[in-house]
Design a protein around this ligand. Structure first.
Ligand code: HEC
Ligand code: HEC
Ligand code: HEC
Ligand code: HEC
Ligand code: HEC
Length: 190
């Protein structure tokens, strides 16, 4: 009887211990909160609306994001690209008014936050993936580029790198395996 009780106590403690460690892990590392405690959040300096530009202004992704003739990736466009149209107000929204007042009139470059930004020791080239492998943007960036406003930028307070990105090492390697692309450490790490 007493032995039975003790065994039960053992199991109980184990289960309670398990639940506690699970909850602690969940609390600190889980993606269940919009912003868990070890993560911070920021918003973009300008509420850039992809849908308005792609649908209403009939721009193509390549008007703003493209490979330069030397194979380098243009990234996010400079203010000069925006000024081509926004020298004159294009509408009456407060997002645009804020953008014009803060950046167009002062000619300050916009300090965009990059969701997919990789650590410095990672080598990534759009050219290999777009030109040679022929992937579409969606394959890696999902619905980014098809939004009415940029999502909240969530970053790790420890590493300072964004957490929003879905492009992590495991995903790179899984796809490389699938397509028989090289998967040596030095393929991606400088
Ligand atoms: C008028 C120029 C313009 C056009 C056209 C445009 N973008 Fe963008 N794009 C931006 C700017 C500015 C940002 C930075 C702000 C943001 O993240 O929304 C951005 C950010 C992005 C990002 C986020 C990169 C990151 O990790 O931070 C992706 C992905 C993207 N664009 C894809 C697309 C796709 C796909 C299209 C076509 C459907 C497109 N864009 C059309 C200007 C443009
Ligand atoms: C080809 C012309 C063109 C270019 C280039 C362009 N825009 Fe626009 N933009 C527009 C039009 C058209 C609208 C819609 C105006 C409206 O009807 O409210 C717009 C709207 C906006 C708005 C208001 C969005 C909202 O949700 O109300 C912002 C902010 C903006 N643009 C920023 C930018 C930035 C930043 C760039 C450069 C990366 C850029 N635009 C490049 C034509 C352009
Ligand atoms: C194979 C996956 C993959 C594909 C396909 C891809 N991207 Fe990216 N993209 C990335 C990665 C990874 C980064 C981060 C690069 C870094 O920080 O070194 C990135 C960064 C970006 C950025 C941020 C600015 C920059 O240069 O760091 C923009 C904008 C962007 N991509 C747009 C696009 C568009 C538009 C397309 C389609 C024409 C596209 N990407 C296709 C993986 C991809
Ligand atoms: C959607 C699938 C896919 C994803 C996701 C992907 N890659 Fe690739 N990657 C490829 C393919 C396919 C090639 C081979 C292209 C070629 O033939 O050169 C390649 C080539 C490369 C190369 C050039 C290798 C060489 O020596 O030719 C590098 C570097 C690279 N990828 C890094 C990355 C990194 C870093 C990531 C994640 C941030 C990533 N890739 C995500 C499919 C992918
Ligand atoms: C196909 C591309 C690819 C290959 C191959 C690859 N990595 Fe990575 N690795 C990444 C990317 C992208 C990151 C950053 C994103 C992340 O942390 O998941 C990363 C992050 C890391 C980090 C964390 C570094 C940091 O600053 O946070 C270590 C450690 C690492 N890789 C080691 C390795 C080792 C060891 C190998 C070989 C067995 C390897 N990687 C192969 C793409 C790759």
């Amino acid at each position: 009887m007493s032995e039975e009780k003790e065994r039960k106590g053992g199991w109980g403690a184990l289960i309670v211990g398990f639940i506690i460690s699970f909850l602690v892990g969940w609390f600190f590392f889980g993606n269940h909160f919009a912003v868990p405690p070890l993560y911070g959040k920021k918003t973009q300096p300008v509420s850039f609306n992809h849908n308005v530009h792609v649908k209403q202004a009939e721009m193509a992704c390549e008007d703003c994001h493209y490979l330069k003739p030397n194979g380098k990736w243009s990234g996010v466009p400079k203010l000069a690209k925006c000024v081509e149209c926004h020298e004159e107000p294009q509408g009456e929204t407060k997002e645009e008014a804020h953008f014009i007042k803060k950046f167009v009139e002062t000619q300050k470059e916009i300090p965009w936050l990059i969701y997919s930004k990789q650590p410095k020791n990672v080598f990534f080239s759009h050219a290999a993936h777009l030109k040679i492998a022929g992937f579409k943007c969606r394959r890696c960036h999902g619905e980014m580029g098809y939004n009415d406003k940029p999502p909240v930028y969530v970053y790790s307070k420890l590493s300072k790198y964004p957490q929003h990105t879905v492009i992590v090492m495991e995903k790179c390697m899984r796809c490389h395996k699938k397509f028989d692309a090289p998967n040596y450490c030095f393929t991606c790490h400088k």
